[in-house]
Write a protein that binds this ligand. Sequence first.
Ligand code: PLP
Length: 400
Amino acid sequence: PLDINAVARSIKPSATLAISARAGELRAAGRKVFNFSAGEPDFAPPAAVAASVTRRLADAPVGYAPVPGLPQLRDAAAAELSAYHGVEITRDQLIVSCGAKHSLANLFMVTLDPGDEVVIAAPYWVSYPEMVRLGGGTSKIVSCPRAQGFKLTPAQLREAVGPKTKYLLLNSPSNPTGVAYTTAELRALAEVLAERAPQTWILTDDIYRKLTYGQPSVSVVRALAGIPGIEDQIVIVDGVSKSHAMTGWRIGFLAAPVPVAKAVTAIQGQTTSGASTPAQWAALAAVTEASAKAEVEVMRERFTERRAAMIKGLRAAGAELVEPDGAFYVFPDFSALCGEGARFADDLALAGFLLEDKGLATVPGTAFGAPGHLRLSFACSMDDIEAGMELLRQALASSA
Ligand code: PLP
């Protein structure tokens, strides 16, 4: 047999994709399935995106893009990030990759040495620990339960950091909880890391930063300004996938110190080459066109209404939850229904019952390092949210 190597054998398949596949099978068999498991917007991208690509396709052949990205896109993304973060980010620091996921994987590949640790708060996005492992590092998972708003505390961070800590990974607003850190919370965490300067860095995954429903997102760079030892030690991952409904275009951005950006360029040069050229044109339109910004705002307003409906429906179904500040997920706590003597053995059994018996696709919290919870996405129609939440209420009310 053609053997699979040890690293690949250690990688867990994505739980999210497994649920989607099962939901697809049920649908193909003629069942109505409410899909609350999606990790992507259900909107079309801004009109300027497709228009720009169509125009350019007619004008010129689609050649290779430069490995670190089209200069215009690097400049535009760097300018946008500079404005948001209030510091100058130059083209040399900005690398375009095939999605934020690729940006993260590249960063881990070029900066982690065996034994290096990445502190990750649980609940966490499913791919983080797997990507850290692929990069040769070790994840230090810190459990942050609902009672503390799913957020890492300075005391927990102090406990978790050590001589091997390379990064604190932040994802605010978060997948799967939607919670976002305030300036005061970020500064309190950074004070702990500053004690470990210069070896420890912050990696901020800002993929959901434009999707917030109360206060706008806090720039980690702005929040930490003036804290010596950490204010200059921030690596940023950003992109257009979630904010601009462009998941399938596969464009992400990394803003890092120039030597890191060069190392990532070398890796991309020997693996993927530059990201897809038409997708980079598309991202350029997304980042620069005023009409695209306006359309993103419309999507955000639609998400705002859906968020409210889902929170209401989940509460009516008896769920305990922390209201999400951003992204498009709610992460209700169903631990009262799970465990010994309870109706379900665990969240996997609960999610299985909801999908198989009721046609409600959710993702079990275990996948995010938080058993007893489910992740529900409100990136679906209002009708589905209303009907689906009523079904959930009935399913959990009946003792069957
Ligand atoms: N970061 C987080 C927290 C995510 O939830 C996702 C997508 O699910 C990504 C990054 C990946 O983004 P992209 O599609 O740009 O690779």
